[in-house]
Write a protein that binds this ligand. Structure first.
Ligand SMILES: [Zn+2]
Length: 357
């Protein structure tokens, strides 16, 4: 594992040549997008098949539980591999297709319109910058960066945050999207323009479709408490997986955090991303493939942050080029050696930030 002590030494005089060196050829992009579209079809089939088995088909309790597990996998992969890519405009070369595929997030309960501002603008443009990056703003529940205020209950955040992570998608659905819409922004950051009627209508439509497939249709086949139990269990597990995957890249011991005055645009962009973002590796080839399938681009976060408009299926290829060019220039690419090591590092970071400063 790399350490952050090495990072301040990094000087990148010609930083754009780094992203240039990892740029895929047009042919590689076509192949990667073809694979991504095939993957999206498989995810869709898994989602529809498991939903049918869970809700409509006459199946045993064991089969229902197994169907719920497959549905969790399909929904998580849909979020990391279709929703995330599409909202970065990397799913397709067509703007309309990206918007349509990006709307999968609304079907999961989260507004893709608000997500694009929160994730693309605030998080990618200000990674680990306190007051700007919405991903590290979990106030008042957690303190994730040294510059954030400490409260006594943060002493236990390394225990209870895992429970709260599970409510990620549910709180997007029920609370934060509406609050952000009413406030015309996320936390203190305003939307670049006032929400139009169409934006609000699409947000509300997405919430209604979510309620329709996740609650209303199941209620036609099952008793209310069965629907509620499965809905909460599936939503909580998907939320836990997604929140954890997003946190591993930035909220760990090896990443750095900054105050709003840090230069992070223009010539400082690449250096900033290298200091705040980490990849998640896996020691075995099969483990790497499973991890990459489920996490989409979230295991190659350094490459993703340097080139967010590439489809995630090309990241394994460009990661080798980035690693090569960084080795040549003695630049550090932060990485966790395994998912387990990444989770432990995040847990230790939570504990460290939870102790009284
Ligand atoms: Zn992203």
């Amino acid at each position: 594992m790399q350490t952050i002590e090495a990072l301040p030494e990094q000087s990148i005089d010609d930083q754009w040549s780094l992203t240039e060196a990892m740029r895929p050829s047009p042919r590689e992009l076509v192949v990667a997008r073809r694979y991504l579209h095939l993957k999206a079809v498989v995810i869709g089939m898994l989602a529809v098949g498991s939903y049918w088995s869970l809700v409509v088909a006459h199946s045993s309790v064991v089969e229902k539980v197994l169907s719920a597990v497959v549905l969790v996998v399909a929904l998580t992969a849909a979020a990391t591999s279709v929703f995330h890519d599409a909202n970065h405009a990397s799913f397709s070369t067509s703007r309309a297709v990206n918007h349509l595929a990006g709307y999968t997030g609304d079907l999961l309960g989260a507004s893709s319109w608000i997500w694009r501002f929160k994730h693309n603008n605030l998080h990618h443009g200000n990674t680990n910058v306190v007051g700007f990056d919405a991903d590290i703003d979990q106030a008042p529940f957690a303190r994730l960066a040294p510059d954030q205020p400490w409260h006594p209950w943060h002493r236990y955040q390394h225990l209870y945050m895992w429970v709260l992570y599970g409510f990620l998608t549910l709180q997007w659905f029920l609370i934060s999207d509406w609050v952000d819409l009413a406030n015309h922004g996320v936390s203190r950051q305003r939307f670049p323009r006032r929400p139009r009627r169409r934006d609000v209508a699409m947000l509300a439509l997405g919430k209604m479709i979510h309620i329709g497939w996740a609650v209303a249709i199941p209620l036609m086949y099952h008793r209310w408490w069965v629907v509620l139990t499965f809905y909460l269990a599936i939503s909580w597990t998907v939320g836990l997986l997604l929140a954890t995957m997003f946190q591993l890249a930035h909220c760990a011991e090896l990443a750095e955090f900054f105050s709003p005055d840090v230069p992070r645009r223009g010539s400082d962009f690449v250096a900033h991303q290298l200091r705040t973002t980490a990849d998640v590796h896996c020691r075995t080839r099969i483990g790497r493939r499973v991890l990459h399938w489920l996490m989409g681009g979230l295991d190659f976060q350094v490459e993703h942050h340097l080139a967010p408009r590439l489809p995630h299926t090309v990241y394994p290829l460009v990661a080798k080029r980035l690693s090569h060019v960084c080795d040549e220039r003695r630049l550090v690419v932060l990485s966790h050696a395994s998912p387990w090591q990444a989770v432990r590092s995040h847990a230790r970071w939570l504990k460290l930030m939870g102790s009284r400063p």
